[in-house]
Design a protein around this ligand. Structure first.
Ligand code: ZN
Length: 151
């Protein structure tokens, strides 16, 4: 009997080294790249985190400072903002100001952008605010020139 047990134990496959367990946030979409960052499955260059939000560098910065602030809870866009608890909604904007201050762009000016839906070229369908600055930004982020002033 003991021999049988020993031989079973010896034949047991070696456990593969384990990556840290993913910590999926409530309501996470496992295919969503930002939910994967929140869960620690995908890497990010994190600059701030609390119970509600996460902030990290955009993978392709388009300004000297280009950070993203996201709710940990998955919602598709600003259109679904009211699906988030009120504490999370408040934490999002506070985090935008906080990361601007902590990354040295508060005093000279910064911009917060939430591309929402296809006309706005939203690329990742997990609500995110771009916090950009660190250099003089273009006058605006709206495609068309303003209509000429009237007479
Ligand atoms: Zn997500």
């Amino acid at each position: 009997m003991l021999t049988v047990l020993l031989s079973l134990l010896l034949q047991a496959p070696q456990a593969a080294p384990q990556a840290p367990a993913a910590a999926w946030f409530k309501g996470a979409d496992e295919k969503c790249v930002f939910c994967r960052i929140v869960a620690g499955v995908n890497p990010s260059k994190k600059v701030f985190e609390d119970d509600h939000v996460l902030a990290f560098w955009d993978i392709r910065p388009r300004a000297k400072v280009h950070l993203l602030v996201i709710p940990k809870q998955h919602v598709k866009s600003l259109k679904e903002l009211d699906e988030l608890p009120v504490e999370t909604r408040a934490a999002l904007l506070s985090a935008c100001v906080r990361v601007a201050r902590e990354n040295g762009i508060l005093e000279n000016g910064f911009r917060v952008i939430a591309n929402t839906g296809k006309d706005a070229n939203q690329s990742v369908f997990h609500l995110h605010f771009h916090v950009v600055g660190g250099e003089k930004l273009r006058e605006d982020a709206i495609t068309k020139e303003a209509a000429p002033k009237g007479p």
